[in-house]
Write a protein that binds this ligand. Structure first.
Ligand code: FES
Length: 175
C-alpha cells in the first residue's frame, strides 16, 4: 500500500521530529498519501499507523477531523462551502443550496462528469468574507454571491475543457 518512494517522503517528514515523537508526522504523511492517491483509504491509514507506530484509530481520528483529507475519491474540483454559524448569518447555507441546484447534486455528492464534488465545511477562517468556499483545499473564494459562484463554476469548467485529464486520473485528483 505504501511504495518505497512514498516511504522515503515519510522518512523526510519523520526526520523533522525527535526520534520518540515520530507520530507527530501523521498529518504530513496523510497529506503525502492524498497528494499521490487523491484520497486516504482505511488500508492506507493502517499502513501509516504501522509506519508511525500508532493505533490505526488514532490516524483515523486525524483523517476525519480535518476537511482537507478525503475519505473517498473526489472529483477534479472539490468545493467546500462553509456553513458554520458566522457564515450561516451571511447566507452560507444559501450558497451551499445554490450550488446544489446549480450542479444538480446534493452536498457530499459528485457530478456525473467527475468534475465537481460538493461538501460543506467548518470555519475556513475567513468569516468576514462570507459566504466563502474553498476549492481543492487551497484556493479561497470570498464573498460568493450567486453571480460569483456562476463565474467560478464556468471558469473551472473552462479550465477542465482546456486541460482534460485522462479517465484514470479524473477521480481522486486534488490539485
Ligand atoms: S464561519 Fe465560515 S469562514 Fe468562519
Amino acid at each position: 500500500m505504501i511504495s518505497d518512494s512514498t516511504r522515503m517522503r515519510f522518512d523526510k517528514e519523520v526526520a523533522k521530529y525527535p526520534v520518540d515523537q515520530k507520530r507527530s508526522a501523521v498529518m504530513a504523511c496523510l497529506a503525502i498519501v492524498q497528494d499521490e492517491q487523491g484520497w486516504v483509504s482505511p488500508e492506507t491509514e493502517a499502513a501509516i499507523a504501522d509506519y508511525l507506530g500508532m493505533a490505526a484509530m488514532a490516524v483515523h481520528e486525524v483523517t476525519t477531523f480535518y476537511n482537507m483529507y478525503n475519505q473517498a475519491p473526489v472529483a477534479r474540483f472539490k468545493l467546500n462551502v462553509c456553513t458554520n454559524l458566522p457564515c450561516q448569518l451571511r447566507n452560507g447555507q444559501d450558497a451551499l443550496h445554490y450550488m446544489e441546484i446549480k450542479l444538480g447534486i446534493k452536498m457530499g455528492q459528485t457530478t456525473s462528469d467527475g468534475l465537481f464534488t460538493l461538501q460543506q465545511s467548518e470555519c475556513l477562517g475567513a468569516c468576514a468574507d462570507a459566504p466563502v468556499m474553498l476549492v481543492n483545499d487551497r484556493t479561497m473564494c470570498s464573498n460568493m454571491s450567486n453571480a460569483r459562484m456562476d463565474a467560478m463554476v464556468a471558469a473551472l469548467q473552462a479550465e477542465a475543457a482546456k486541460h482534460p485529464l485522462n479517465d484514470a486520473s479524473k477521480l481522486g485528483a486534488t490539485a
